[in-house]
Write a new protein. Structure first.
Length: 534
C-alpha cells in the first residue's frame, strides 16, 4: 500500500505547503508563462479554487524564493520535487511585493475596510522603512510604490486577493456599496499611472472586475478568466489528477475497497465538470478533491464552505430560480458581462460563484451552454433551492419520508412504494401553496430528487421532444412523463409516440416507462402506470 501523503486542506501558503511536506500540484509552468508574457492581470474563479494559493506562489516567485521551487527534503524527511519554474531561465531577482488580502475580513463595514487597508499600508511602510507625510490611502499607496522602487532599484509587484469580498457583502446597501466602491477606486485606480514603478500586477476575485465598477480607470488589466491558455491556472486538471495524483487515487481506492477505475469514476462524477474557456479543459474542484483524498470519503465538501451568505441573499432577491431552467441554459458571451448586482439575471451570480459552469460551446453562434458542474454541486444547490423556494414557505412536510423512500427505491426497485411516498409528500403541501399547473409538480419533484443525489435529467431531449424526467438508478432507468388533469395512460402513450425511452435501450439496465397523472382538484397524484420497455 502507498504511504498516505499530506494534503493541503485549507492551507493557502505556498511556503507552508512546500516546507511542511504537503502535496503541491505544479502550476508554475503556467505561472512562468504569465509572468514572462504580460504585466497587469485579472483572474476570476469561484471560492475555494486555489486563488489565494496562486497569489502566495506569485509572492514567493517575485520575492526570489528559489529554494522553495527546487527539489529538497523537509525536516520530516519528505521529499519535495523540483517545480517547473526552477528549470527555466527565470532570474529570481527579488522584487518588493505588496499584497492586499481582503478574504481575511469578518466584518464588512466601511470602518473594517479602512482598518484593513490601513494595516496593510502600515505593514509595508514599516517593512521598507517608508515614512509618509500623507494621510490619504491612495496617496500613501503611490508614495510607497515609488519609494520601494527607489530604495531597492527593483519595480514593485502588487497582488490583490479576493478584491470583491466587501463589494459582495455590500450589495443591497447603497450607502455601503458606494463607500466600498469609492475606497477601492481611489486606492487601486492609481495603479495605471504607476506603470514605470511596477513589475507585475495581479488581481483576483469571484466576480469580473468590470462588473463592479471599481476598476473603470484601470482598463489596462488583462482579463484571463476565460482564456484557454490559463484555464488550468487554478483547480486540478484531469491530466494532473491521473499523473501527479495517481498514487493518491490508488491509495484512496485501497482504503475504500474499490478498484482504481471505480474510484476515479466516482471522483470525476463528484468533483469534475468545471470549464472556464471555449477549450473546455476538464477542471476538478481542488478543495473537495483534497478533502476526499485526505479523509478517504468521497463526500460533499465545497458547497457549505464556499457559499458566501451574500450570494444566497442576492439570489433570494431575484425572481425564483428553478433548476429545470438553469441546467442547460444557452447564453451569449455578453451575458457574462451583466453587472453582478443585476437582480434580473441569475447567470453572472451562478456562474462566477461556481454553481454553473460551461458545459458546451457552439463555435458557429459563439454561444455557451451552462449547467451544474458535478454531483456535489447539483445536490448542494438543489437542497439550497429547496430551502429558499419551498421549505421557507412551509413545504417541508414528509420530505424525510420521501428521502428514505428514494433510497429504498435504489436498493429494491419498489416503484409502488416510491410513488406512494411522492403522493404523501404532495398531500402535505398546504392547499393555498399548491399551484395549479403541471410545472409546479415537475419542478418540486425534480429539485427534491436532485437534492437527494439522484442521477436525474429534466426535459431530456429526443428526436421528437423532451421527456419530463429520466431517473437513472443502479438497477434500471425510469422514463417519467407527468400529466395534469389527464390520464397516466396518455402519459405512457406520449412516451411511446415520441420515443422517449428508445435512446436508453442499449444502456444495459432495464428501462421502465412511468406515467403519472396529477389532478387540479386533488392537487396530487390520482393515477400512475408503468410498463417495461421490451
Amino acid at each position: 500500500m502507498y504511504p498516505k501523503r499530506k494534503y493541503p486542506v485549507g492551507i493557502q501558503s505556498f511556503e507552508s505547503i512546500r516546507t511542511d511536506g504537503y502535496v503541491y500540484v505544479d502550476k508554475t509552468q503556467l505561472i512562468y508563462k504569465m509572468i514572462t508574457c504580460g504585466k497587469p492581470y485579472f483572474l476570476s474563479r469561484p471560492r475555494r479554487f486555489g486563488k489565494s494559493l496562486l497569489c502566495s506562489t506569485l509572492e514567493a516567485v517575485f520575492s526570489g524564493r528559489r529554494e522553495l521551487f527546487e527539489a529538497f527534503t523537509t525536516e520530516d524527511g519528505i521529499e519535495q520535487p523540483q517545480l517547473f519554474i526552477a528549470t527555466t531561465g527565470w532570474k529570481w531577482q527579488p522584487h518588493p511585493v505588496i499584497r492586499f488580502d481582503f478574504s481575511k475580513g469578518h466584518q464588512y463595514t466601511l470602518p473594517a475596510l479602512d482598518e484593513m487597508i490601513e494595516s496593510t499600508l502600515l505593514y509595508y511602510e514599516g517593512k521598507w522603512d517608508v515614512t509618509s507625510k500623507f494621510k490619504g490611502h491612495n496617496v500613501r499607496f503611490i508614495h510607497l510604490i515609488e519609494e520601494v522602487h527607489r530604495q531597492t532599484g527593483q519595480r514593485a509587484v502588487v497582488i490583490v486577493d479576493e478584491y470583491d469580498t466587501f463589494m459582495l457583502h455590500s450589495i443591497g446597501d447603497e450607502a455601503l456599496e458606494k463607500g466600498v466602491r469609492e475606497r477601492f477606486s481611489n486606492l487601486f485606480g492609481t495603479i495605471k499611472s504607476l506603470d514605470d514603478h511596477l513589475q507585475f500586477v495581479f488581481i483576483t476575485g469571484i466576480s469580473k472586475f468590470s462588473q463592479m465598477g471599481i476598476f473603470s480607470t484601470l482598463n489596462n488589466l488583462k482579463n484571463i478568466s476565460m482564456l484557454a491558455d490559463y484555464e488550468a491556472l487554478c483547480g486540478i486538471t484531469e491530466e494532473e489528477l491521473t499523473t501527479q495524483l495517481r498514487p493518491d487515487i490508488e491509495l484512496l481506492a485501497q482504503r475504500r475497497g474499490k478498484t482504481y477505475d471505480e474510484t476515479f469514476s466516482e471522483l470525476k462524477r463528484m468533483y469534475d465538470g468545471y470549464h472556464f474557456s471555449r477549450q473546455m479543459t476538464d477542471i476538478y474542484n481542488p478543495f473537495s478533491l483534497f478533502n476526499a483524498l485526505d479523509s478517504g470519503d468521497i463526500g460533499d465538501y465545497w458547497f457549505d464552505s464556499a457559499t458566501p451568505s451574500a450570494v444566497l441573499d442576492m439570489l433570494a432577491k431575484m425572481p425564483p430560480v428553478e433548476l429545470t431552467d438553469i441546467d442547460g441554459v444557452v447564453c451569449p458571451i455578453e451575458d457574462f458581462d451583466i453587472p453582478f448586482n443585476s437582480y434580473e439575471n441569475h447567470l453572472p451570480v451562478l456562474y462566477q460563484s461556481g454553481y454553473l459552469t460551461i458545459k458546451d460551446y457552439d463555435r458557429e453562434c459563439d454561444d455557451f451552454v451552462l449547467g451544474l458542474p458535478n454531483a456535489e454541486v447539483r445536490r448542494g444547490f438543489a437542497n439550497s433551492l429547496y430551502q429558499y423556494t419551498m421549505a421557507v414557505r412551509g413545504i417541508d412536510t414528509n420530505k424525510n419520508r420521501l428521502y428514505r423512500a428514494y433510497h429504498s427505491f435504489r436498493r429494491t426497485d419498489d416503484l409502488s412504494a416510491f410513488i406512494e411516498a411522492i403522493r404523501a409528500f404532495f398531500a402535505g403541501i398546504p392547499y393555498h401553496l399548491a399551484e395549479k399547473d403541471e410545472r409546479h409538480y415537475h419542478v418540486i419533484l425534480y429539485t427534491l430528487l436532485t437534492a437527494f443525489g439522484a442521477d436525474i435529467c429534466a426535459e431530456e431531449p429526443t428526436a421528437k421532444g423532451r421527456a419530463d424526467i429520466v431517473l437513472k438508478m443502479p438497477r434500471g432507468i425510469y422514463v417519467i412523463e407527468l400529466k395534469y388533469d389527464d390520464t397516466a395512460e396518455n402519459a405512457l402513450a406520449q412516451i411511446d409516440s415520441r420515443g422517449y425511452a428508445e435512446k436508453y435501450r442499449l444502456d444495459g439496465r432495464p428501462v421502465t416507462k412511468v406515467g403519472i397523472a396529477f389532478s387540479s382538484e386533488e392537487r396530487n397524484i390520482t393515477d400512475w402506470r408503468s410498463e417495461a420497455v421490451g
